[in-house]
Design a protein around this ligand. Structure first.
Ligand code: M6R
Length: 605
């Protein structure tokens, strides 16, 4: 986790660094810091807490500095404190780091024998000392040698005494991008920090080195041979990464779902039929496999559960879904003639990346469903189906989930065709159902007042439950995660039929229950479970599609989901769940976009 940024050029670097860090703050916000070249010396300024505190502390000072590095931290080793904040300095080396050095304790012991004394509990300070101990006057040599002794993941931006106005960078397992404009050269953890200056960028491969020297950018391979940069063009505008008049990124991103969905599905529909030709997925792929593994984390995992339900129902292809952090360590038995899908918004989630590597290592072809172009998962997968949600800044994912779910529909329908379970006519009917649901999403977005009204009543709630059956259960998991991560209300999801096996004991008039009922064949059973809750005094909100009749005695309140019940209802239902979480968090005065203890991109296991 953490965000890093670096610049060398003619602009006042203070501003470039703090602006860059502001756009990277979603990666972590426990502390922030910068290191600035001033003449031949490096000045380090670090501050516990949000970036705004650092900006305040710097004020208008350091006007003359034209080169430096910055960091926004999500603590891994050591408390979120000023002393543990980056940049870290040891000897003649000052650096910022994103990642984890796994063998840092062993390195620390060796370096202590060389006479290094450490002020912090961080792995980063060890990395600074190691690079310093390898530094004989040539920065790139020192980085190469030191990185050869580190295990783990890193992206570094490094300053070396004796090389004023220069920044050096390298990555392994953590993201890094670089760019130049007519004022100088930049590096950063991701594009959002660079887009205000240029849309042309490069992605160094793992182990390649970058040198930003007096405003120029040079690239070197792992043997320190100079390389020609391979430029890429970003299609995200800087405006897309801003709030557009919404109070929160999450709110903006919820409202961007109709466009995000259309952008994602339309290139994959040809003549009314699903197709991944634009993504390079070979025709007949799903016809040749007998099993699919889906692995992911958090919300992406819950999307995987929706995928399993759809793919098994429509295409009768067996699917196993598993949380990536468990899958990677349990030595899974993988069947021949199978394939895997890794779902990840960021494309950088450490456990999902490790699961991908495990699967590939066992010869299983991997399809990535990823939002961030050029991310590690996207690059390492055999095939990548990019979702086109655009940049998602809020820690709580919303539009990225919806587009992932849309991709699950397309996979399920295509697989049904390729496995001979749906002819063209049936596939067209299903694709039309998907398109119809997408076109109805603005209707749900227009229900803000009704949903806010319900969420207001949650202001003092301490605990609540989400229940549902089948697809509704997968959505209940997502709804409860959305609520708890941003509003800090304890919320759990249960398969509706499970509640009576223990958890019903927790239901009181103070524990609201949200019952999801969008699947017609399961409605009667879910209604029975709602009644069981009502009988214990638990207030029930029913989220029911407009075509389903519901006995008013089965709930205290109903919010009607527009559109048809059945397999496409999740695309509409999830927006209501997102809005319940959003309005409850707002009502409780929470920092909606930056919930405590979390970060957007989870690059640690
Ligand atoms: O970037 P990824 O999709 O791989 O991230 C996975 C989870 O960390 C993520 O979905 C997380 O659960 C969200 N913050 C939930 O809103």
């Amino acid at each position: 986790m953490c965000g890093i940024v670096g610049y060398s050029g003619v602009k006042t670097v203070r501003q470039v660094l703090t602006d860059g860090l502001a756009s990277l703050e979603y990666r972590g916000y426990d502390s922030a810091g910068v290191a600035l070249w001033e003449g031949n010396a490096v000045t380090v300024i670090r501050q516990q807490g949000r970036l705004s505190r650092l900006v305040e502390r710097i004020g208008t000072a350091h006007e003359e500095s034209r080169c430096g590095i910055g960091h926004t931290r999500w603590a891994t080793h050591g408390q979120p404190s000023e002393v543990n904040a980056h940049p870290h300095r040891q000897g003649r080396v000052t650096l910022v780091h994103n990642g984890i050095i796994e063998n840092y304790l062993q390195l620390r012991e060796q370096l202590e024998k060389e006479g290094y004394v450490f002020q912090t509990q961080t792995d980063t300070e060890i990395a600074a000392a190691l690079i310093d101990s390898c530094y004989k006057g040539a920065p790139l040599e020192a980085i190469r040698e030191a990185c050869g002794r580190m295990e783990g993941a890193y992206a570094f931006a490094i300053l070396f005494d004796g090389h004023p106005n220069c920044v050096y960078g390298i990555r392994l397992g953590s993201p890094l991008v670089a760019a130049v404009d007519d004022t100088g050269a930049y590096l950063a953890s991701d594009l959002t920090a660079i887009l205000p200056y240029t849309s042309r960028y490069l992605l160094p491969e793992e182990g390649e080195l970058l040198a930003l020297e007096e405003g120029r950018l040079s690239c070197y391979d792992g043997s320190l041979r100079p390389m020609e940069p391979v430029w890429k063009q970003a299609h995200w505008s800087v405006e897309q990464a801003r709030k557009d008049g919404y109070r929160y990124f999450m709110e903006k991103e919820i409202h961007e779902q109709p466009q995000a969905l259309r952008r994602t599905i339309s290139p994959r529909i040809a003549d009314g039929l699903p197709s991944f030709e634009v993504d390079g997925l070979p025709a007949g792929f799903f016809g040749r496999i007998h099993k699919l593994y889906i692995t992911a984390c958090g919300t992406a995992l819950y999307c995987g559960m929706v995928g399993k339900a759809l793919i098994e129902k429509i295409a009768r292809l067996p699917v196993e879904v598993e949380v990536a952090s468990e899958f990677r360590y349990r030595d899974p038995i993988l069947e021949p003639d199978s394939a895997a899908v890794i779902i990840s918004q960021s494309g950088e989630t450490a456990d999902s990346l490790a699961a991908l590597r495990l699967l590939k290592g066992k010869g299983i072809p991997v399809i990535a469903v990823v939002n961030v172009v050029g991310s590690s998962i996207a690059r390492e997968a055999d095939y990548c189906l990019y979702t086109y949600a655009g940049p998602e800044i809020a820690v709580a994912t919303t539009k990225a989930y919806s587009v992932q779910v849309a991709m699950m529909y397309l996979i399920a329908i295509l697989a049904a065709g390729e496995r001979g379970l749906a002819d063209d006519q049936e596939q067209r009917r299903l694709v039309a159902g998907l398109e119809e649901a997408v076109e109805r999403t603005p209707q749900v977005l227009a229900m803000g007042d009704e949903i806010r009204n319900y969420a207001k009543g949650l202001k003092n709630t301490e605990s609540m439950f989400y229940i549902g059956r089948g697809l509704d259960y997968s959505l209940a998991l997502e709804g409860s995660l959305k609520l708890k991560e941003i509003s800090y209300i304890h919320a759990e999801a249960y398969a509706a039929g499970e509640l009576k096996h223990g958890t019903l004991a927790l239901v009181t008039p103070q524990t609201p229950v949200v019952a999801l009922a969008t699947q017609p064949e399961l409605l009667a059973k879910t209604v029975s479970n709602m009644r069981e809750v009502m009988a214990r005094g638990g207030p029930v909100l029913a989220l029911v599609t407009e075509d389903l009749e519901l006995d008013p005695g089965a709930c205290d309140r109903r919010i009607t989901i527009p559109g048809k019940s059945g397999i496409f209802a999740p695309l509409l239902l999830v927006i209501v769940l997102q809005m319940i979480g959003f309005y409850a968090a707002e009502e409780r005065g929470c920092d909606v976009d930056k919930p405590r203890n979390l970060a957007k991109s989870v690059t640690v296991e």
